[in-house]
Write a protein that binds this ligand. Structure first.
Ligand code: PNS
Length: 186
């Protein structure tokens, strides 16, 4: 006699397919550092397309204009058609939705970054649950690099070569020409 196989009741299948394989790497990028570049290249290996989104922040006085920051990103990723540069203002999640992004990618250099990033990720999830935040860690040699320190060091005539892309280093050198050594320094 043929028996019946009881099929257990199943929960409705979760649709875990991303709506798109596009990721947004948002930030101020004032200026782009090799730490950012490292994270963006890692993101580009995980997603079909990456949009590096520069925040148009009217409240801050940046060193570089948004146009300059976009130029740095375009020059640095000219070899990678999967990476695009764009500017945004307003809420990041609104921008991510407009672009149909599956994910927001943020770099975490150290534990000290984590609290702020975690808070932002949870708030963004509350605002747009369908957009996942993905954290990536840069190569160790960039774990101490930040745009703030790059600006501070350059303003004090320090050497930031090897920490920022070449076009950024050139523009920084133009903005902060090295002070001639005074007689008392000799
Ligand atoms: O490079 P930064 O300055 O650390 O980047 C911060 C950024 C741009 C990711 C964040 O300030 C941001 O998303 N700003 C857009 C406004 C917004 O969405 N605020 C709510 C965040 S929960």
């Amino acid at each position: 006699m043929l028996g019946f196989v009881r099929v257990p009741p199943q929960a409705p299948a979760l649709n875990l397919e991303p709506t798109s394989r596009l990721a947004i790497c948002p930030g101020s990028f004032d200026p782009l550092t090799l730490g950012h570049v490292d994270i963006i290249r890692r993101a580009a290996r995980q997603f079909d397309r990456v949009v590096v989104a520069v925040l148009h922040n009217t409240g801050k006085a940046p060193l570089f204009t948004v146009a300059e920051r976009l130029d740095f990103i375009r020059a640095t990723f000219a070899d990678d058609p999967g990476v695009e540069a764009d500017a945004f203002s307003g809420l990041l999640v609104d921008y991510a939705r407009r672009r149909g992004a599956a994910a927001i990618v943020r770099g975490i250099r150290a534990v000290s970054d984590f609290e702020y990033e975690f808070q932002m990720a949870l708030m963004n999830r509350r605002l747009a649950p369908e957009v996942e935040t993905v954290f990536l860690t840069p190569a160790e040699e960039y774990s101490y690099v930040s745009s703030r320190l790059i600006k501070e060091i350059t303003a004090l005539s320090g050497d930031v070569r090897g920490l920022v892309p070449e076009p950024v280093a050139e523009r920084l050198a133009e903005k902060f020409p090295a002070a001639p050594e005074s007689a008392t320094d000799a």
